[in-house]
Design a protein around this ligand. Sequence first.
Ligand code: ADP
Length: 441
Amino acid sequence: MINVTALLRSELSWFVLAILAALVAGLIVGAPLLLMLLASIGYTIWLLVRMANIVKWLESGAASSKAPPTMGLMDQVVGLIHREKAYSRKQKNRYRSTLARFNHLAAVLPDATVVFDNMRNIQWSNHAANTLLNIHEERDHGQRIDNLLRAPEMLNYLAQEEEGLEVEVSSPVAPEKTLSMIKVKAAKGMTVLIARDITQRVKVREMRKAFVADVSHELRTPLTVIRGYLEMVLDDDMLDTKNKDALLNVQAQSDRMQHIVEHLLELSKLEGNPLGESEGQPIVVSSLLQNTVKVLNESIGSSHELIVDADEELLLIGSESEIYSAINNLLANAINYTNAGTRVIASWHLNDTGLPLLSIDDNGAGIEAQHLHRLSERFYRVDKGRSRENGGTGLGLAIVKHAAQRHGGQLLINSTPGHGSQFQIEFPASRIASAAKVMNM
Ligand code: ADP
């Protein structure tokens, strides 16, 4: 700690000494006041010169070797400046080495990372950005990112306001590589774009899909042959009851297998294969609902009350067979997993936010909350026994989910045990068509 009082005292004692010396000299020459005045002016000028030297030294960069010769208070000022400079040099070195370490770490990260500002100008990128996105750390600094990533899917993604969404795109460097891109907003208007090479993951996913599709396809023929022979043998009047019962059992199981194979094939066609933005035909969803309910009513009689509440003017652009399959699965579930006397309402309207919403509501027994998020997984069933009894494959809701996703929509499930369940598909506004418009086309 600097003792400021002691410093002032020493500076003051130099001043007093100079005045006293001037007084003695003044008394000798007979002009004490004049010499004292001259001494104080001289001292002030000397002080100002020392200060001016320090200012000049500071202005020239305050190099330690060029520090002006000082004493007293000014010497302390120079000492403090030396100390501050040494401290800030140390801090600067620390920041520099932290930055170097961060840059090194970011450079070796396998994920491409690009930081851009709200004008989309690139502020920083790492080495992987060069290998995966062809964005060079130095060459492309300050360039607009949308001038460098020109593929329509990438431009669409960059233009989207919503953050945290993940998209799969092909690498602009090597189109055979698939990248998963995500962007997040950082502080001060900056956005961080991260791209990861998921080529292997996509390959494994595609292989699994192809394997399931191939196996299902291969099982189809032997199953058809088995079912044909079974029918032939069952037609035989000579068959005794014991054997007939056993064969009827085999037939029921082969029917079940046939359903699973058909559902697996349907699923593999839908999965990860989105429809183009304007792909599809205008579908009169209200008619699909009416017709499905009519057919179901014929088969179940009066066990359930089926009600349709649909906007006939509201059409959906999409694949009719897929929407029919989704409606059929949802209505069949609402009948199969509820007791006789249950009321099922199938509705089709624009919801509060103006999006087309298909909803199948029942006032059945409902589903416990812990099952809800797993219902659309393949082969997930709440009540295995009941599903089997109803001929369920455990794939119905997975098909509904993928059909919804193919249309850019999403499956929403709500249920309250004791009150009923609600299965909804919310479609994007881009899939709306109106009956009046379609008629005029
Ligand atoms: P499944 O072929 O077994 O019907 P789904 O994928 O269609 O398979 O349905 C999964 C499970 O969800 C069913 O096994 C059933 O337990 C439950 N579930 C579906 N719909 C309803 C509903 N409306 N009410 C109660 N449970 C339902």
